[in-house]
Design a protein around this ligand. Structure first.
Ligand SMILES: Nc1ncnc2c1ncn2[C@@H]1O[C@H](COP(=O)(O)OP(=O)(O)OP(=O)(O)O)[C@@H](O)[C@H]1O
Length: 223
């Protein structure tokens, strides 16, 4: 589904990683770890064409992102749900409307019941009519995950989706992502949270990737 072929990325201060060849297949579950600043967010941005690699090729469904037109890239992004680390919203729209945006902005029907179910699942039913600036950091993360999954994406890319959450809520969001994966969505989660990784690995077959020493490595079974 997403393939990296000999990918390197450099913002100008030296390569963050190089020689990365990896495939994130349909229905797979991956974690991405590594020290702060190693390039995890950068890796995620390369997956959905927010960035193009300095070297090498990123392919989505066998098509190079570099060769895609702007329209094709936008269309492709409709099949990818992204939880960004900074969780931005349209501040003049309430949480319900923000969560429904991936559907409403692309002209797809919005089922209020599905939105309510999802808001319930992430514990935000009471904040459905609230405006984003009034939410806490953890509430924003939960809303961002709800928005990323509302359109049942074929790929979910989540950048530290549980960074601001307590353990119970982290597990709840993990269950949501595992359920989506069971239904066929490829999931990639960048995280520092080893407990989250261990919990997931006891339920799903997840591969752990680590960026270290400018390489992407498969983390060992000690996790
Ligand atoms: N747009 C940019 N321009 C220049 N440098 C950048 C840019 N974005 C990120 N960087 C740098 O690239 C490096 C990797 O950043 P990135 O956010 O990918 O790391 P990360 O592994 O996700 O870190 P963290 O765990 O702290 O979120 C950092 O040193 C960062 O300062």
């Amino acid at each position: 589904m997403i393939q990296f072929e000999d990918v390197a990325h450099d913002y100008g201060g030296g390569a963050l990683f190089e020689g990365v060849t990896v495939a994130l297949d349909a229905g797979s579950f991956h974690f991405l770890t590594g020290p702060s600043g190693a390039g995890k967010s950068t890796f995620l941005k390369l997956c959905y064409g927010e960035l193009l690699p300095s070297r090498g090729t990123v392919l989505l469904n066998d098509t190079s992102l570099r060769s895609m037109s702007r329209d094709a890239l936008a269309e492709m992004r409709n099949s990818i749900g992204v939880v960004h680390q900074d969780c931005q919203f349209l501040d003049h729209l309430d949480i319900r409307s923000n969560v429904a945006l991936p559907l409403s902005a692309t002209g797809r029907p919005v089922s209020e019941r599905d939105v309510d179910d999802l808001l319930n699942w992430v514990g935000l039913r009471a904040q459905a009519e609230a405006l984003p600036p009034t939410l806490s950091g953890g509430e924003r993360q939960r809303a961002a995950l709800a928005r990323a999954v509302i359109a049942a994406p074929r790929v979910l890319l989540a950048d530290e989706p549980t960074g601001n959450l307590d353990w119970d809520m982290s597990q709840r969001l993990l269950s949501l992502m595992m359920e989506l994966n069971r239904m066929g969505t490829a999931v990639l989660i960048a995280t520092h949270d080893m407990n989250l990784i261990r919990t997931a690995k006891s339920h799903v077959s997840a591969r752990v990737l680590r960026i270290a020493g400018r390489k992407l490595q498969s983390a060992g079974s000690e996790l």
